[in-house]
Each structure stands twice: as structure tokens, then as C-alpha cells.
Design a protein around this ligand. Structure first.
Ligand code: AMP
Length: 187
């Protein structure tokens, strides 16, 4: 009979940066020619990997009184709820156009591959709610800049932005200058 997996008791990172990187798969020319897509699904499927990711994403923000973790559709949705549960915070989804049922506010942005816009419910954030933004990848910074403008336009107080992957050669950080940016894995 297979032994039952023991639940983790500690909150510290259980695998390091190199081991996390080894679980990410590079997919050339997806979704367009010239893009090297970072597929994080094997990392998220690995129990130690996923827990290390969540611990690492929230590490600098544990004592910051975060009330809301705002996740960007789609892969930010895989990260925000687990982070919020560990921080004792709530979750707000920043969704693609046309998905939310009530009155929305929207912000548009350029992607590394194309353009898009994101929306949040107009009443998503209580005034001055302390918000942590999360997405899987910081590439050119356009998505994050739009997400930040959306959060602030709706009255949220942005405490920081955290990313699993930063593609440093695309200079996304420059677009977010003056902001608190945290990334776990840099390429
Ligand atoms: P950007 O607005 O250029 O910073 O792009 C960030 C968004 O695009 C994130 O939501 C990512 O999910 C996605 N993205 C951009 N480049 C990549 C990439 N090379 N691999 C995976 N996702 C990417």
C-alpha cells in the first residue's frame, strides 16, 4: 500500500530557484512566431514547486497588511487564491473584456503578442484597500501597468506587484518605475 503523503508543516520555500526553473518548459513560437512561451504548468503541478511558488510570491508582503490579492486573467487566477489564503486576504479577479456581469471599469494594454483590455467590477475595492497584484509573467509591463491603473482608479491602495517570472530583457520594470516589484525567477 502506498504511503500517504505527509502534509507540509512549515511555510518556508521547499525548493530553490534553480529547481523551480527546471520545472518550467520553454515553448518556442507560441502563441506566435518569435515568442518563447514560458509554460509554468509543470511547476504548478509539482507539490513542492507550487508551494514554493506561493511562499516566494508572498514573502516580502507578509507583514504588509494585504487585504486583497488581485490576480490577472488567466494565469494570475492560478496564483492569487492560494496567496490570499496564506495572507488571510480576499481575492479580486482582473478579467478579460466582457466577462464580468455588473458595472465595470476597464484599462487597455499592449501584450508582448497583441493588445487586450482588463476589467474589474466598479465596486471591487473598498476605498484604500491594501492590494497586492499578481501575474505569472512580467514581460513588457503593459499588462501590469494597466492592472495598476485599474486598481488605483477604483480606489485601491497598491502595496506591491509580484510575479513568478520576470523577462528582464523586455524592461517591464521601467514601465512600473517607482512601484514595489517582486519577481521570483528572472530570465
Ligand atoms: P506584458 O504585458 O508584456 O508584461 O505581458 C505579460 C502578460 O503576457 C502576462 O499575463 C503573461 O501571462 C503573458 N506573457 C507575456 N510573455 C509571455 C511569455 N514569454 N510566456 C508566457 N506568458 C507570457
Amino acid at each position: 500500500m502506498a504511503a500517504k503523503a505527509k502534509p507540509r508543516q512549515d511555510a518556508g520555500p521547499v525548493i530553490g530557484v534553480d529547481a523551480m526553473k527546471a520545472l518550467i518548459m520553454d515553448v518556442p513560437d507560441f502563441p506566435k512566431k518569435g515568442i518563447m512561451f514560458k509554460d509554468i504548468t509543470p511547476l504548478l503541478a509539482d507539490p513542492k514547486g507550487f508551494n514554493s511558488v506561493i511562499d516566494g510570491l508572498i514573502a516580502p508582503f507578509k507583514q504588509k497588511g494585504i487585504e486583497i490579492v488581485a490576480g490577472v486573467e488567466s494565469r494570475g487566477f492560478l496564483l492569487a487564491p492560494a496567496m490570499a489564503a496564506r495572507l488571510g486576504a480576499g481575492v479580486v479577479p482582473l478579467r478579460k473584456k466582457g466577462k464580468l456581469p455588473r458595472k465595470v471599469h476597464s484599462a487597455s494594454y499592449d501584450l508582448e503578442y497583441g493588445t487586450d483590455s482588463i476589467e474589474a467590477h466598479a465596486d471591487a475595492f473598498a476605498r484604500n484597500a491594501r492590494v497586492l497584484l499578481v501575474d505569472d509573467v512580467l514581460a513588457t509591463g503593459g499588462t501590469a501597468a494597466a492592472a495598476i491603473s485599474l486598481i488605483e482608479a477604483l480606489g485601491g491602495k497598491l502595496i506591491g506587484s509580484t510575479f513568478l517570472i520576470e523577462l528582464a530583457f523586455l524592461n517591464g520594470r521601467q514601465k512600473l518605475s517607482g512601484r514595489t516589484i517582486h519577481s521570483l525567477l528572472t530570465y
